[in-house]
Write a protein that binds this ligand. Structure first.
Ligand code: AG3
Length: 268
């Protein structure tokens, strides 16, 4: 059987052996066993991760901001119900990680059938909150780092790409990082994000290759008081290994090609 995700006149086909699990609540969640990429998580028809390349994404989303902090003890993850980002956050010497996920089905299904959290949900430093991330920000304390691991900016994730959301994030953390969609396709998502995230201080963009995401080139936004002088010191202290991230990859991710540099500069 072939699974196909289509976007803007193109798409990606992945051969699947079987569907392992499915849940329908505020979103349709499916977990598949694929022919070549291990298990795959799909939400509302869109590929969220495969075991083959989820490290590329989660390690960049987490270690780029975490390793750029002078001190990161309290971390907030918005979204990320599969537990991949949480697993990476826990490799750092933190005191507390709060994961705010709007859809409890994502956590339950992934914990039972996917397992990429590697026990992260049971860690005593972790607190899980089932709530809309934007609403949570209105009443939460300040965090050292906020990481946004969302789906595309439609449906339940739409509020996580609004100007008021970025304003709140700017207030509620020292360092901010969010996944920022493909800079090559579905450009309306990307442009909206560039426009609305302008309230963030020191905003910068970085890139990673994620083969199973639209057009394989993915972007991220970092903002706040990040400082690359801490990268190597923090990297040495990470517990457990990384499969993709290292300090060289971290720095090179900020080298934007000319076409993208222009686009980002124009949006600033
Ligand atoms: N969320 C960002 C991936 C979105 C991919 N979009 C798509 N396939 N249309 C990843 C969540 C994994 N924790």
């Amino acid at each position: 059987m072939d699974f196909i995700e289509r976007y803007d006149g193109s798409g990606l086909m992945i051969s699947v052996k079987r569907k392992i699990a499915e849940a329908k609540g505020i979103q349709k969640i499916e977990i598949y066993e694929t022919e070549s990429f291990g298990k795959m998580l799909v939400i509302d028809g869109k590929i969220q991760l495969t075991e083959f390349d989820e490290h590329f994404y989660h390690e960049m989303l987490v270690h780029v901001p975490m390793n750029s902090c002078k001190r990161a003890k309290k971390v907030l993850i918005i979204g990320g119900g599969d537990g991949g980002a949480l697993r990476e956050v826990l490799k750092h010497d933190i005191e507390r990680a709060v994961l705010v996920e709007i859809d409890r089905n994502v956590i339950n299904l992934c914990r039972e059938h996917l397992g990429i959290d590697c026990g992260a949900f049971e860690d005593p430093r972790v607190e899980i909150v089932i709530e809309d991330g934007r609403k949570f920000l209105e009443h939460c304390e300040k965090f050292d780092v906020i990481i946004v691991d969302s789906t595309d900016p439609v449906g339940v994730s739409d509020p996580l790409f609004g100007k008021d959301f970025f304003e709140l994030c700017d207030e509620k953390c020292t360092v901010f990082c969010s996944q920022a969609q493909s800079p090559l396709i579905q450009k309306n998502y990307f442009r909206k994000l560039l426009e609305n995230s302008s309230p963030l201080k020191n905003r910068a963009m970085f890139l990673a290759t994620i083969p199973t995401y639209p057009m394989a080139l993915w972007s991220f936004i970092i903002a706040g008081e990040y400082d690359f002088r801490f990268i190597r010191r923090n990297f040495r202290k990470i517990k457990g290994k990384t499969k993709h991230y290292n300090p060289e990859v971290h720095l090179s991710a900020f080298m934007l090609p000319e076409w993208l540099k222009k686009e980002v500069e124009n949006a600033y």
